[in-house]
Design a protein around this ligand. Structure first.
Ligand code: GUN
Length: 297
């Protein structure tokens, strides 16, 4: 029987751990972790994500500071706010919701965040630490969520062939770097394939663990999967509802119905990787808080 991986349940388990850790920190040292989330503009999807992040913080005892700036905010104004948040001792994590309006340079904004507070793990210092396997850096949330599911559903991992479809800076590239490390929750043989591959199936059929983060529905079908593989579908694509085109629904990058007949375990969309991302953001905020307060003790 194929296991349908319940990302909501695993995410709730992580949130419970964070809640307990935050309570201990408050009790023993009177420290309340703080996460600042910055939103520029009125994009409805981004507004919804920011609300969910704020709610997630409140539920686990992390102080949430939300900065909602108008779409006309200049890059200078945004950088000045980041500078203030970098200096604010009550803020342990900073997240600037992406995408930013076109007149603001994303790279300059990411580079301005103190790497110690970079709970997205996007700052080049953290990317460098990730590549060399330093454990005191911040790792990006979606790959962390994938790693958690892989460790729970595909262990032991040593020597397994992990194939990743997609080479984004947010998922494919960081996950490959994390999973190739000589560490207990990694140690995989990793292949990254992408749109330039003439035959993606040639690679995916070799996977013991297959992560698909291509951003395109139907990227992987049953004939592209080895019997018994574990499938992690990072895709989240809004498509017209088959019964009513005036409505929409979310699907992943994998043909769930076909592939679930071949796989031993598979994440659904929604309810797989999605819920893990915010849980790992909360966990990252705790880590950032722990590292910063340990330094100042
Ligand atoms: N927008 C969509 N996903 C993300 C994310 O993981 N971090 C940030 N900062 N913005 C996003």
């Amino acid at each position: 029987m194929t296991v349908i991986i319940d990302g909501k349940k695993v995410a709730e388990d992580i949130r419970r751990q964070v809640r307990e850790e935050a309570a201990r920190l408050k009790e023993s040292q009177s420290i309340v972790p703080g996460l600042a989330v910055v939103l520029v503009g009125e994009d409805p999807a981004s507004q919804a994500y920011v609300r969910m992040k704020g709610k997630g913080c409140e539920e686990v005892g992390i102080r949430s500071l939300q900065h909602r700036l108008g779409a006309q905010t200049t890059q200078g104004e945004l950088l000045s706010l980041i500078g203030e948040l970098n200096r604010n001792g009550e803020v342990h994590g900073i997240l600037v919701q992406l995408p930013l309006p076109a007149h603001i340079d994303e790279k300059s904004v990411i580079n301005a965040i103190d790497p110690a507070k970079d709970v997205d793990g996007f700052h080049p210092v953290n990317v460098g630490k990730m590549v060399i396997g330093e454990e005191d850096g911040m790792l990006p949330c979606t790959p962390l969520g994938c790693q958690e599911l892989i460790a729970r559903y595909a262990s032991p991992l040593g020597g397994k062939h992990l194939v990743i479809v997609g080479r984004s800076n947010i998922v494919g590239k960081p996950l490959a770097n994390m999973m190739v490390q000589k560490q207990p929750r990694a140690n995989c043989v990793v292949t990254v394939c992408h749109t330039a591959a003439a035959d993606i199936g040639y690679f995916t059929r070799q996977a013991d663990i297959l992560v698909v983060a291509a951003g395109r529905p139907g990227t992987v079908s049953a004939s592209m999967v080895k019997e018994g593989a574990v499938i992690i579908d990072v895709g989240s694509n809004r498509v017209p509802h088959p019964d009513d085109p005036s409505r929409s629904r979310f699907v992943g990058d994998v043909d769930f119905e076909g592939v679930s007949r071949v796989a031993t375990a598979i994440t659904p969309v929604p309810g797989g990787v999605g819920p893990m991302t915010i849980a790992m953001l909360l966990k990252n905020t705790m880590k950032a808080c722990g590292l910063q307060t340990a330094v100042s003790r």
